[in-house]
Write a protein of this length. Structure first.
Length: 243
């Protein structure tokens, strides 16, 4: 750790998980058990209302949307996401929607979004590398997905860091919504293997102390849901990190 690390920009990124038209509360990657969200910020699971509530809490720069129906090949929320794009015109939006081909990317890129390539949705690392090249490394974010410590997706995609895009997420699904804290060992390992990449943490964040620790170790940002909806993070905590 050094003073330069402490001055790096840190991006707190709210997450909206969509399923069957509603925002749902994700926990431990157990998608069959997800239910419409009950939030202290908003009295409705309506996606646009939830988004407005999150951005009234703090004017975030980035929003992460997980279209869980699309990830599970059960349709998609294209119209809902388009409404969120209209509601938040100045916000950079990342969309995780089971994207595995250029054709999958096109409707989301047309909305001006950045496509998240979840490793769990990839079948071949070479195909993913070509997708990153064709879509443009600046337009995609790679999510390395882990469940119970195991990789979800092709091993070669995890092993060959030289083909990763500039932005990478370490998604520890078993910690999502758990309040168990981030997987710092995993994050440190990925940081060591991919210097120069912007690495984002997903899963387990409890409070501002976790965010401070992530920033201090050189993590570029964190995906947040439960800690925001349960008011574990105050606006002043977020502001102090993102300055």
């Amino acid at each position: 750790m050094n003073s330069q690390t402490n001055t790096l920009r840190f991006d707190a990124i709210p997450v909206i998980d969509l399923m069957e038209g509603n925002v749902v509360r994700a926990k431990r990657g157990e998608r069959h058990a997800y239910r419409a969200i009950a939030s202290s910020l908003c009295d409705s699971p309506d996606p646009v209302k939830v988004a407005h509530a999150l951005f009234e809490l703090y004017p975030f720069k980035t929003l992460y949307i997980a279209d869980l129906d699309a990830i599970q090949r059960r349709g998609n929320h294209l119209e809902t996401v388009a409404a969120l794009r209209t509601a938040l015109p100045q916000t950079e939006i990342w969309i995780d929607a089971g994207i595995a081909t250029v054709a999958d990317c096109k409707p989301w890129l047309a909305l001006g979004l950045h496509c998240v390539l979840g490793s769990e949705s990839q079948s071949d690392a070479d195909d993913t590398r070509r997708l990153i090249e064709q879509a443009g490394p600046q337009q995609v974010v790679l999510s390395l997905d882990f469940a119970e410590g195991l990789r979800k997706g092709p091993d070669a995609l995890f092993d060959n860091a030289q083909h990763w895009p500039d932005r990478v997420i370490a998604m520890t699904l078993a910690r999502v919504g758990s309040y168990e804290g981030p997987d710092f060992d995993l994050l440190q390992n990925i940081l060591h293997r991919a210097p120069g990449r912007s690495l984002y943490a997903a899963g387990g964040v409890r409070d501002s102390g976790d965010l401070q620790a992530l920033k201090a170790m050189g993590i570029a940002g964190a995906l947040l849901a439960s800690a925001l909806h349960d008011r574990k993070l105050a606006p002043e905590h977020i502001a102090s990190l993102m300055q």
